[in-house]
Design a protein around this ligand. Structure first.
Ligand SMILES: [Zn+2]
Ligand SMILES: [Zn+2]
Length: 245
């Protein structure tokens, strides 16, 4: 199967009405990995696969809009569909917080801590991590599979670039949390900043995500398209994108 990403949730900071926070199902070949587990994404994940079929979980950072659904998912692997050794990859702080809430994370999870520059393989997918410009250790990720490459910014301010993920990104999911008037106030991006950075990084296709509820998606799309120099998408739940080499 071609490298692909399905949007499970894309609200920034908190979920919009009927929405879900950050989460993506990334697949290539027979491999399926849940990248970020924001609130609401466990429910949406089950529309796309049986939870038995999941091969791993990758979590970008400790802000609750990116990982807390892994806590009830631990109930699934521990009690309901028991399994052992499912890879969960995150910065150290996420593992600490998860252990405070759920106690022993094994044997269901094989929780592995990763940091800037780390590389992890899950089945047919390779993950490379890059520390972004965002409070607390936050890791953007490049995913390679089936000869194609996907970039995910996680959360970042303008002090980091998609270029840190390396050349040849067929598609980038880039955060665009902020309305233009909020530029520079917090370590997040506006849509125009996301578009300009993706252009500079040589990204072929750009999809904005993590828009804060209330931010005008049409205006964000227009701002990013102007800065990127080609049409830009705005993520919506259940969107499916194939990433081509
Ligand atoms: Zn966030
Ligand atoms: Zn964050």
């Amino acid at each position: 199967m071609t490298l692909s990403v399905t949007v499970l949730g894309c609200s920034g900071s908190y979920a919009a009405p009927g929405g879900a926070c950050s989460g993506y199902l990334v697949r290539a070949g027979e491999t399926a990995v849940w990248v970020d587990a924001g609130p609401g994404t466990l429910a949406n994940l089950q529309r796309h696969l049986d939870l038995d079929e999941l091969d791993g979980v990758v979590l970008s950072h400790a802000h609750p809009d990116h990982w807390v659904d892994v806590l009830p998912f631990h109930n699934v692997v521990r009690y309901i569909k028991p399994r052992t050794g499912l890879p969960v990859i995150s910065p150290v702080r996420v593992r600490e917080l998860a252990a405070e809430v759920n106690g022993d994370l094994g044997p269901g999870f094989d929780w592995q801590v990763v940091a800037d520059g780390g590389v992890t393989h899950i089945g047919a997918l390779t993950f490379r991590f890059s520390r972004t410009d965002h409070p607390g250790e936050t890791l953007a990720v490049r995913v390679d599979g089936d000869g194609a490459s996907l970039g995910y910014s996680a959360d970042t301010g303008p002090g980091w670039s998609l270029a840190e993920l390396g050349p040849g990104l067929g598609l980038a999911l880039c955060e665009a949390t902020l309305a233009p008037e909020w530029a520079g106030t917090v370590q997040h991006l506006t849509a125009a900043q996301a578009g300009a950075d993706a252009r500079a990084a040589g990204v072929r296709q750009l999809v904005l995500t993590h828009l804060q509820p209330g931010v005008d998606a049409d205006r964000s799309r227009a701002d990013a398209t102007e800065a990127f120099g080609a049409p830009v998408g705005v993520a919506a739940i259940d969107d499916h994108h194939e990433v081509h080499p």
